[in-house]
Design a protein around this ligand. Structure first.
Ligand code: ATP
Ligand code: MG
Length: 419
């Protein structure tokens, strides 16, 4: 019978990659805890309308990337393409805005987008999503970038660039809209179908288009950055000043707009040349009107998402702290009786131990120990039992020691040895 394979764009994750995911998540949680974030979990399946209303119906995500289907009850539901919409829904549903002035939240898990699979682009991928509700201060935006740089430093990630920009507020955009439309109207023949269609409905989307022609045409276009209203400009200047205070270096990219409609003022992306076409591995920004647009009270917000697969690609790895690994090799029926008690003594005192379940020849057990990258092998055969000892072999130096056979004493001696 033919084997069943994963769906296109969906992957199994194991080995070195999952080790990196664990490290990324451990180190991220450490810094999120230090800055007072609360972890939460939200559903992967939500009402389709939640994403259409928040992300915007003329974005790539909503127009062509969502896994949307009708459930058995006849409702249109969607596998979340990103987490902000769900976190906002949850924030409103729980009435958090009445309980605390500023809410700092994070969640992590899989997101789903029906995209063309390629390097760094999958249909199921992981994000660590961080959101702050209740303050419009540029200080928070700067604090987010500083916290990300601490996480990256801990992971040993170097050689990345932080691009920042301001996409202003609905007021600056109103002014700017006409300038952009006028500019692109004369160049319609160079734009892709999507951009032509969106020109009047959502002209800013042209700046996020990945088509070479659209990028080329937009190079000479006026930038929103130059049309910012005074409060938005002041906010951006405060953001830059706070970044300097935190010691975070950034580059202004006036073209940066992000792929979702809800952003206002601050937007940013962490990019790395190592990633090829999909350069951005962390992205985010401020969304001062989203909570209100989703039916809540006027509540500014800001946040970002880490693309875990892409961050893993730029992480050196090997950061997971592992102590030396032990293997217990036993020969004969008498020695076999010691397996359970030795395992208990080791593992219950936090010492990693592996063993073969069938106690084959010493040679085959040593080979197995080697394949498990064991640092030490404990050898127990009839000779050792007669002498009341266990032979410990250092697999690196090939040195051998005699340790006591009694499991508790054996564990204590092994612990002493690796200090
Ligand atoms: P891109 O421009 O690469 O399509 P995006 O603007 O759609 O990214 P966001 O919605 O801002 O991405 O998501 C934040 C991060 O999530 C991205 O920077 C990236 O690291 C990751 N990400 C987004 N889509 C995918 C995907 N299909 N596969 C893997 N990671 C993804
Ligand atoms: Mg995308």
């Amino acid at each position: 019978m033919a084997k069943i394979q994963t769906l296109r764009g969906f992957r199994d994750i194991w080995g070195e990659e999952i080790e990196k995911f664990r490290e990324i998540e451990r180190i991220s949680r450490k810094h999120l805890d230090l800055l007072g974030y609360m972890e939460m979990e939200i559903p992967v399946l939500e009402k389709t309308e939640l994403f259409v209303r928040s992300i915007g119906d003329t974005t790539d995500i909503v127009e062509k990337e969502m896994f949307t289907f009708t459930d058995l009850g006849g409702d249109s539901v969607t596998l979340r393409p990103e987490a902000t919409a769900g976190v906002v829904r949850s924030y409103l549903q729980a009435g958090l805005f009445v309980k605390e002035r500023v809410s700092k939240l994070f969640t992590l898990g899989p997101m789903f987008r029906h995209e063309k699979p390629q390097k760094g682009r999958f249909r199921q991928f992981r994000q660590i999503d961080v959101e702050v509700f209740g303050s419009d201060s540029a200080l928070i935006d700067a604090e987010l970038l500083w916290m990300i740089s601490l996480i990256l430093k801990d992971l040993g990630v170097a050689g990345y660039t932080i691009e920042v920009n301001s996409v202003g507020c609905p007021e600056c955009r109103l002014d700017f809209r006409n300038k952009v439309i006028t500019y692109f109207e004369g160049k319609k023949e160079h734009l892709c179908e999507d951009c032509v269609r969106r020109l009047y409905r959502n002209p800013l989307r042209i700046f996020d288009c990945k088509h070479a022609h659209c990028i080329e045409v937009s190079r000479q276009s006026p930038f929103l950055f130059e049309s910012l209203c005074n409060p938005c400009r002041t906010h951006f200047d405060e953001f830059l000043a706070s970044l300097a205070g935190f010691g975070v270096e950034t580059t202004i990219n006036k073209r940066l707009v992000r792929g979702l409609d809800y952003y206002t003022r601050t937007v940013f992306e962490f990019t790395s040349g190592e990633l090829g076409a999909q350069q951005t591995f962390i992205a985010g920004g401020r969304y001062d009107n989203l909570v209100e647009e989703m039916g809540g009270p006027k509540t500014p917000g800001t946040g970002f998402a880490i693309g875990v697969e892409r961050l893993a690609m730029v992480s050196p790895g090997g950061m997971a702290h592992k102590g030396p690994r032990f293997f217990f090799a036993y020969m004969g029926e008498r020695a076999a009786k010691y397996v359970a008690s030795v395992a208990r003594a080791f593992v219950e005192s936090g010492m990693p131990l592996r063993y073969d379940y069938h106690g084959k020849s010493l040679k085959s057990q040593m080979r197995y120990a080697d394949s498990l990258k064991s640092d030490f092998v404990l050898i127990l055969g009839d000779d050792e039992i007669e002498k009341g000892i266990v032979t410990l072999r250092n697999m690196g130096t090939k040195e051998q020691h005699e340790l006591p056979l009694d499991p508790a004493a054996l564990t204590a001696a092994a612990t002493e040895l690796i200090k």
